[in-house]
Design a protein around this ligand. Structure first.
Ligand code: PLP
Ligand code: COI
Length: 347
C-alpha cells in the first residue's frame, strides 16, 4: 500500500484524488461485473440523460478506522435501500443491496492508503452515484445506467473544528423541493435547485440554509445538506414532512436519543418554535452533528433586513444532549462503544 502524505488533522470536505473508483454498467437487463478503475474520467455520449435531464441519484456514507484497527462501514444497507428508492423514482435500474455493499467494500479496500487513521476525527466518505448514460433526445428514463462508488478522506463539512456552532438563515423565497415533488429522494436535481440560494446564504456568511415546507412555508423542513433536529427539554424534535430526505444519521440519532431516555417527536415543526428549543443541529453523514447557534429570518434571502433572529440558548457551545448523542454515535463508528443496534459492517 503506497503511503500518502496527508495532514489528517486538517481535512475538510473537499475533492481529493484517491487510487481507484469502482464501476459497473447496466445494459440489456444486466449489470456488468464491478471493475476497479484507476481512470477517473467517464466516457459516454454527450446525449446521455444525465447531462440533459439530470437522470441521476447519489448516496453518501462513511468508513471509519476504529481504535481496534477494524474498518467499519456505517449502515451501508440503509444507503443501498435509499438508492433503490431513488432509482425507482427515476425509472432506472439500480444495484441490489448486495452489489451496492460489495462495491462500497471494494472501494474502501482499493483506497486504504486514504482511510484516515483512528484518532483524528476524520473518516473516508464514500460517494456512490447512479447515472443515466444511454444517448437520448426526448425526456425519458435511462435504459443504460452507470453505478460507481468513489471516495475521499474527509474531516468536518465546513472545515471548522468538530462541533463548532454555525449560523443559519431561513429560505423564505426559494424552495429545495416541491409539494409532491422529489425532496424525499436523494436526486442530484434537488441539489442543483438549492445552489443559487445556497451561494447567496454563504456569501452572506451563513453556514447553513434552512428550507421550509414548500406547500405552506410555515413549518421547518430541513437544511440544504442535512436534516434538522432540536432538543426541547427531554424531547428530540425533528420534522415529519414529505419533502425531507429520510436521513440515516437522523434515524440513528433518534435511536441513540431513545437509548438515553429522550422522547422522540417526529412531527410538524412551526418556524416560531425555534424560539423554544434548547439546542438545534444539522445532522447528516457529511455534517454528522453540526450545532446551530442562531437562525435569521428575512422576508427574502436578498434582503439586508433581518426580521427576526432566533438565538439558540446553547450559543457558542455544542448543547449537552447533542454532544452526548454525537459521542455515542461516533463512539460506535470508532469501535469505542458497543454497537448495540448492529449498525456497522466490519470489513
Ligand atoms: N438532507 C439532505 C438534503 C442531505 O443531502 C443529506 C445528506 O445525505 C441528509 C439530509 C442527511 O442524510 P444522511 O444522514 O442519510 O446522510
Ligand atoms: C451527505 O451527507 O452524505 C450528503 O450527501 C450531503 C451533501 C454532501 C450533499
Amino acid at each position: 500500500m503506497a503511503e500518502v502524505n496527508l495532514d489528517w488533522t486538517s481535512l475538510s470536505f473537499k475533492y481529493r484524488k484517491t487510487d481507484a473508483i469502482i464501476v459497473s454498467r447496466y445494459k440489456d437487463g444486466q449489470w456488468s461485473k464491478p471493475e476497479i478503475s484507476k481512470d477517473f474520467d467517464f466516457h459516454f455520449s454527450a446525449f446521455a440523460g444525465i447531462f440533459h435531464y439530470a437522470n441521476a441519484s447519489f448516496e453518501g456514507l462513511k468508513a471509519f478506522h476504529g481504535i481496534d484497527g477494524k474498518i467499519r462501514l456505517f449502515r451501508p444497507d440503509e444507503n443501498a435501500k435509499r438508492l433503490a428508492r431513488s432509482g425507482k423514482r427515476l425509472g432506472m435500474a439500480y444495484p441490489s443491496e448486495e452489489m451496492f455493499i460489495e462495491m462500497c467494500c471494494m472501494c474502501v479496500r482499493e483506497n486504504l492508503a486514504y482511510l484516515p487513521p483512528y484518532g483524528f476525527g476524520s473518516s473516508m466518505y464514500l460517494r456512490p452515484v447512479l447515472l443515466g448514460v444511454n444517448p437520448q433526445l426526448g425526456i425519458a428514463s435511462s435504459t443504460e445506467v452507470l453505478f460507481c462508488v468513489m471516495c475521499a478522506p474527509v474531516g468536518t463539512y465546513s472545515g471548522a473544528k468538530i462541533l463548532t456552532p454555525g449560523t443559519a438563515v431561513i429560505s423564505r423565497n426559494y424552495d429545495r423541493a416541491a409539494p409532491n415533488g422529489t425532496g424525499s429522494y436523494k436526486l442530484a436535481a434537488n441539489y442543483a435547485t438549492s445552489l443559487y440560494p445556497y451561494n447567496m446564504a454563504h456569501n452572506q456568511g451563513y453556514r447553513e440554509l434552512l428550507f421550509l415546507d414548500p406547500a405552506t412555508k410555515t413549518k421547518i423542513d430541513e437544511f440544504g445538506s442535512s436534516n434538522f433536529l432540536a432538543i426541547k427539554g427531554n424531547s428530540y424534535v425533528t420534522p415529519l414532512s414529505d419533502s425531507v430526505l429520510p436521513s440515516i444519521t437522523n434515524k440513528s440519532l433518534q435511536a441513540v436519543a431513545e437509548d438515553f431516555g429522550y422522547t422522540v417527536e417526529k412531527r410538524a415543526v412551526p418556524v416560531e418554535e425555534l424560539a423554544e428549543f434548547d439546542e438545534v443541529n444539522a445532522c447528516g453523514t457529511a455534517v454528522v452533528i453540526t450545532p446551530i447557534c442562531s437562525v435569521d429570518d428575512k422576508l427574502t434571502l436578498e434582503s439586508t433586513e433581518i426580521v427576526k433572529t432566533y438565538k439558540i440558548p446553547s450559543g457558542d457551545e455544542c448543547g449537552k444532549a447533542s454532544r452526548k448523542f454525537y459521542d455515542r454515535i461516533r463512539g460506535i463508528q470508532d469501535g469505542l462503544e458497543e454497537d448495540t443496534h448492529n449498525w456497522c459492517l466490519v470489513l
